[in-house]
Design a protein around this ligand. Structure first.
Ligand code: TRP
Length: 332
């Protein structure tokens, strides 16, 4: 039987955090066992914020090396750079003509971005429609995303329904795959907020490149809670700080939360933190070693990108041809 298709993307903007690893990359790696996975480095999306050429180039290679270090396999799946496959922009235009101004204006991420941005370009507005093009080009069945992207997947589904209603079954209707509970990692300083690489407070995140000393400082400073006597228990509502720390440890060690609660039954918060520091340092040191191994071979990385684009284009072109054909653009 043909494997179902997974599609997801990530923007090449700066260093990733353990939140990105746990919430996205480690899940992407697991999905490879069961699905045909297509993972996109969304460089066109990143242009909605001004990017310096050299930094963008560096970020793209960095993130590709991180994909490989995390165990994403470019041979049996596809890893590619969005701008290498022009069909994304082509389908984007077509979908623009099926999207309503009102529905796009209501996208909460757009509203949030324009509320704290002085450069409100049209790319920011168009962002979710380009995302829909990304997904629909590959007849995607499932899209692993974080909670903040759910609305964009809903929009993608609506655009696909709308198009299919007029032209027949051209697009597969994709479904979102939400991360399992505990895989959304929160800020270490404010555990009610998602850990984000763009957070101005550097102490709220652990970057994949923080060294052992920094990791120790940041985990030691992480918010716990003031229960007395202290209890190490997963309780998102009443103990968000401790729950977040348990999530981090569970994901890094691949232990269940229940198992950890058991192990730390008679221990205190410091014991938990020490354990996290040990495991995180070990884990990140290993990951970085692999990262540097791939990162230093730019020729190899560029080759992966080249082959990825070639494979992606084949799939994308198949869908785009069908779209052009039913619309009436492809009759010469
Ligand atoms: N917008 C996504 C993010 O920032 C990245 C992305 C681009 C994406 N295209 C996609 C995610 C298609 C899923 C599917 O997280």
């Amino acid at each position: 039987m043909k494997k179902k298709i997974i599609f997801s993307g990530i923007q090449p903007t700066g260093l990733l955090t353990i939140g990105n690893y746990i919430g996205a990359l480690s899940q992407w790696k697991k999905l490879q066992k069961k699905y045909f996975c297509i993972y996109c480095i969304a460089d066109l999306h990143s242009l909605t914020i001004y990017q310096k050429k050299n930094i963008l180039n560096k970020n793209i290679l960095d993130i590709l090396a991180i994909f490989l270090a995390c165990g994403i396999d470019p041979e049996n799946n596809i890893i590619f750079l969005q701008s290498h496959v022009p069909q994304h922009v082509q389908l984007n235009w077509i979908l623009n003509c099926f999207a309503n101004f009102g529905e796009i204006k209501r996208m909460t991420q757009f509203k949030q971005k324009i509320s704290c941005n002085t450069n409100i370009n049209i790319g920011l507005f168009n962002y979710p429609i380009l995302m829909a093009a990304d997904i629909l080009l590959y007849q995607t069945n499932k899209v692993p995303v974080g909670k903040d992207q759910i609305q964009h997947i809903e929009l993608t589904r609506n655009l696909a329904y709308r198009f299919n209603n007029i032209y027949g079954n051209i697009f597969t209707i994709p479904e979102k795959v939400l991360n399992k509970n505990g895989s959304c990692i929160m800020s270490l300083i404010n555990p009610n907020k998602k850990m984000s690489k763009s957070d101005p407070n550097n102490n709220s995140i652990i970057s994949l490149f923080d060294n052992n000393f920094i990791i120790e400082q940041k985990i030691k400073n992480a918010i716990t809670d003031s229960d007395f006597p202290p209890k190490i228990k997963y309780d998102l509502k009443n103990k968000p700080g401790i729950s977040n720390l348990l999530s981090i440890l569970a994901n890094i060690t691949e232990c269940s939360i229940e198992q950890l609660e058991q192990n730390f039954k008679n221990k205190n918060y410091n014991n938990l933190k020490e354990s996290i520091i040990d495991y995180l340092c070990l884990f990140l040191n290993k990951l970085r070693k692999k990262y540097f191994f791939y990162r230093k071979n730019e020729k190899y990385l560029k080759n992966i990108m080249f082959n990825g684009a070639k494979k992606a284009k084949k799939h994308a072109d198949f869908t785009l041809k069908k779209v052009y054909d039913v619309i009436g653009l492809d009759f010469f």
